[in-house]
Design a protein. Structure first.
Length: 168
């Protein structure tokens, strides 16, 4: 999909961007899209490419993603949580479990990316199960509406609604 279409589709949503960052973001997205297209045209992502990308950003990805959900772990603490299963005392052990779970999902995603075939629904559910390991709803599509705290945006209430929106 054209990055400019994505940026334009965000206008008026809680995710809309100011015009100058959107322009810069659009340029960056076009650059990334070109790089991905080169890799796809070669048949598949190489092992070296996957390891270099994942290896340099692994703990940063996990820490930043979990921070969205309220985790206070730094990148260094996240690395310690993933590698050793520990973190600073006084922090909820759930943060360690969440870091380990997301790391497992990213490892699995890299394994899946080695295969040039598109992901299927079962693989999406598998990744979801790994990410939410030990939490309600892990590995299954939600059946009830959810909300995003502090946002007026209302996510689609069902899997069918998600798919309908994706088709649009």
């Amino acid at each position: 999909m054209n990055p400019q279409i994505i940026i334009n589709s965000l206008v008026g949503s809680p995710y809309s961007l100011e015009s100058s960052p959107a322009t810069e973001l659009g340029k960056e997205l076009l650059k990334i899209q070109g790089q991905v297209n080169v890799l796809r045209n070669r048949g598949r992502l190489t092992q070296d490419t996957l390891e270099r990308y994942y290896g340099t950003t692994r703990y940063e990805q996990v820490a930043e993603s979990n921070a969205i959900e309220g985790s206070p772990l730094t990148v260094g603490e996240t690395e310690l949580a993933v590698l050793k299963g520990t973190t600073l005392t006084g922090l909820d052990p759930g943060y360690v479990r969440d870091a380990q779970s997301l790391n497992k999902a990213l490892v699995r995603l890299v394994e899946m990316a080695r295969n040039p075939a598109p992901l299927d629904i079962l693989q999406v559910k598998e990744l979801h199960s790994l990410i939410l390991e030990g939490h309600h709803g892990a590995g299954s599509f939600r059946t009830e509406p959810v909300s995003i705290s502090g946002s007026t945006h209302k996510p689609p209430p069902t899997w069918k609604a998600v798919m309908d929106e994706m088709e649009k």
